[in-house]
Design a protein around this ligand. Structure first.
Ligand code: HGY
Ligand code: MN
Ligand code: MN
Length: 349
């Protein structure tokens, strides 16, 4: 079964438009069961940890050495794309199988609930890092770029330099519910009007910090009746900036307490392994920072030597959408680079 066929089978789980495997859902469980079967077929030792992350291990000749891991997530956003997360798990499984037995144990991992559609995100990788379980000697994540830069550059792959600083959470606006027909405008405390003014001010706050973004993706109005003045609004806020100082500058205008993830750099040794493989294939060595958050960011922040490899996104780089697209040839190149890097890191110098 090819990587693309496996991505298609995962994509079909849950039905509907796009990928619908929300973190914690039956569909995410179904994806984990499907991939666990593929891991067994590949002869890997399958296990699940205390945070329900899925592992497939190819034991090394010297199992006492620190392991080399690759992987990503199998959950998706609602109506997500075919490649986000799943490519890193299915492609990682393929790369481990191709790399074969090495001195070090090679493992592919599917972390739970990376998207955090109902929470802060990266629940599985955070749970792993907080569990006190032995950690890998290095972690590599293969992922689609989810942006337009590689398509514009005409390059199939990029080595990731780091992951931006992010803040995510909810902001609550309290007003005073009242009768829509009998309450004079001057006497109102309309929570939705206050929330709307905040939402409209956010783009300017982000624009003031170069290469930063801010998004309100979800908003709820209470009590939610057409003839009642909104008494309460709860909205989601997602802010990203190249560094922590820029993030705090934007957050100065955001009420409430959001969960922050510091900007984090990728580690030199695993990154060099990826870069050397890109060069070995005579491909252009492009280096990009990631505007998207990833499990790799959690492991890197926890001190695990971590690296990422991006595969070109087409269609203008659209992601978190059924329109997400990468071509098979680029996916194959990404897997070849990952395979070579796993083999390098799996050897003992
Ligand atoms: O939102 C993100 O950056 C990632 O797709 N979870
Ligand atoms: Mn992802
Ligand atoms: Mn995503």
């Amino acid at each position: 079964m090819s990587v693309i066929e496996r991505l298609d089978e995962l994509y079909a789980i849950g039905g509907g438009r796009g990928a619908n495997r929300l973190g914690g859902s039956r569909e995410e469980d179904e994806a984990h069961e499907l991939v666990a079967g593929w891991m067994r077929e590949a002869g890997l030792e399958v296990s699940v940890d205390s945070t329900r992350n899925l592992f497939g291990r190819l034991p090394g000749r010297r199992p006492e050495l620190e392991e080399v891991w690759t992987g990503s997530h199998l959950d998706s956003v609602p109506e997500g794309g075919r490649f986000d997360g799943a490519l890193g798990v299915v492609g990682g499984l393929e790369a481990v199988a191709r790399a074969g037995r090495r001195e070090r144990t090679l493992a592919v991992v599917a972390f739970r609930d990376e998207e955090g559609c109902s929470g802060p995100g990266c629940a599985g990788s955070r749970g792993f890092c907080e569990s006190g379980a032995p950690r890998p000697g290095s972690f590599l994540e293969l992922h689609v770029e989810q942006g337009p830069r590689l398509e514009r550059l005409g390059a199939p792959l990029a080595v990731v330099t780091g992951i931006v600083a992010t803040a995510r959470g909810e902001v609550v606006f309290e007003g005073e519910p009242g009768h829509a027909g009998t309450t004079p405008m001057a006497a109102r405390r309309d929570a939705l009007v206050e929330a709307a003014e905040f939402v409209l001010g956010l783009p300017a706050a982000a624009a003031a910090v170069e290469d930063s973004v801010a998004t309100v993706g979800r908003l709820s109005v209470e009590p939610g009746a057409s003839n009642v003045i909104p008494g309460r609004v709860v909205l989601s806020v997602d802010v990203r900036a190249p560094d922590d100082a820029g993030l705090e500058q934007i957050l100065a205008d955001v009420p409430g307490v959001l969960r922050r993830s510091a900007a984090v750099a990728m580690a030199e040794e695993p990154t060099a392994a990826l870069r050397q493989e890109v060069e070995r294939l005579a491909l252009p060595v492009v280096e990009l920072a990631s505007g998207a958050g990833h499990d790799a960011g959690v492991l890197a922040s926890a001190g695990v030597p971590t690296a990422m490899l991006f595969v070109r996104s087409l269609n203008g780089g659209i992601s978190h959408s059924p329109e997400e697209l990468s071509d098979e040839a680029d996916v194959e190149l990404g897997i070849q680079v990952l395979t070579g890097a796993l083999a390098r890191l799996g050897a003992v110098d």
